[in-house]
Design a protein around this ligand. Structure first.
Ligand code: PEP
Ligand code: MN
Length: 355
């Protein structure tokens, strides 16, 4: 990918802070938030004008009516401004209003037609664009969106990790699944990755903890939804913080260095590598036994999947997290993965007619 750095996101070596309301609600609201943020280390002011709502009937934003409000923020407070675009018309309106940076929302990233339309509308103007992860945990879709923009000549690209949606009641509004942005970092190291703890959390109490985790994982910055009166916000009221709360969070964050410097972890890492080798060795042994069972199932005409046995394994795994040394969620994930591999191995055996 042909990338250039986004100058407005970087005013020091500290993490970049993007802040502002979920939605621009009125000129007064936008200016009040900007006044409270200006001159205090925030690099970029955000406010949504076109709001992609999951269900009809929710507040869908003021659209182009709000563009002059953002222009005022820029002029009065000397703060660069950013908004979300979801189609070519939004791009044209935002660019002609002098919006400094555009971002693509999670629902839009998931739609290659929409991303291509935006990329085509941006062709020839190298405005910085941040691409949020798609709502579903699909790294290729995320990278595909970046490539579409890059192919249209956009080189000042960055990303925002806002978590992934899942069905049912969950602790986070969008689960972090940190392994995806970390894999993105591995694949495209020069691409900036910000974290949006507001949309991951869904509730303001979790924003401090998520922001710290993002810094500990070496993210380049944070996008935090900030509103002077969050409970009355027209969108995402539960997850917005006041400017004062934002600065308390930012003051409390611990900054660590990504450079290991003089610390030598090699002794520990060797031990970890040995343990990992042993885990894989044991897994292979376990799969040998699974395959033996698979052969019996094949010969006796028994189905591979035995719900009773699966329940038994999942119940047994409770014993492994009851003492609190490992989290319930990871123990379950590990056992699900082991069982899935075992089923896969047995499916190969029962369908192997040479056996
Ligand atoms: C937003 O930033 O307000 C927004 C709609 O975010 P997302 O696309 O992450 O849901
Ligand atoms: Mn929002």
């Amino acid at each position: 990918m042909n990338l250039n750095s986004i100058d407005i996101l970087k005013n020091s070596s500290a993490p970049t802070i993007v802040a502002g309301p979920c939605s621009a609600e009125s000129e007064e609201q936008v200016l009040a938030v900007a006044a409270a943020l200006a001159g205090r280390g925030v690099s970029l002011f955000r406010a949504g004008l076109w709001k992609p709502r999951t269900r009809p009937g929710c507040f869908e934003g003021f659209g182009k009516e709000g563009l002059p409000w953002l222009q005022k923020v820029k002029k009065e407070f000397n703060l660069p401004v950013a908004t979300e675009v979801a189609n070519a018309e939004h791009v044209e309106l935002a660019l002609s209003a002098g919006i400094d940076l555009l971002w693509i929302g999670a629902r839009t990233t998931a739609n290659p037609f929409a991303v291509q339309e935006i990329a085509d509308a941006l062709r020839g103007c190298d405005v910085p664009v941040l691409v949020k992860n798609p709502v579903n945990p699909d790294l290729e879709l995320w990278i595909g969106a970046l490539e579409r923009l890059n192919n249209a000549g956009i080189t000042r690209l960055g990303t925002i990790h806002r978590g992934f949606s899942s069905y049912g009641e969950t602790y986070f509004r969008n689960t972090p699944q940190w392994q995806l942005p970390l894999e993105l970092r591995r694949r495209i190291p020069e691409l900036p990755i910000l974290c949006d703890p507001s949309h991951i959390a869904g509730k303001r109490e979790l924003i401090m903890m998520l922001s710290q985790q993002a810094l500990d994982l070496n993210f380049d910055g944070l996008m935090v939804e900030t509103h002077c009166n969050p409970v009355c916000a027209l969108s995402d009221a539960r997850q917005q913080v006041t400017p004062d709360e934002l600065f308390v969070i930012l003051d409390r964050l611990v900054h660590r260095s990504s450079n290991a410097g003089s610390c030598d972890f090699s002794l520990y890492r060797r031990q970890i590598d040995e343990i990992d080798d042993a885990i894989i060795e044991l897994m292979a042994k376990r799969m040998n036994i699974s395959r033996e069972i698979g052969a019996i199932k094949r010969d006796k005409g028994i189905t591979v999947f035995q719900p009773f046995r699966y329940n038994e394994i999942m119940q047994r795994c409770e014993e492994y997290y009851r003492d609190g040394r490992l989290s319930a969620a990871s123990v379950k994930e590990v056992f699900e993965a082991i069982h899935a591999e075992s089923v896969r191995q047995q499916l190969l055996i029962v369908n192997d007619n040479n056996g």
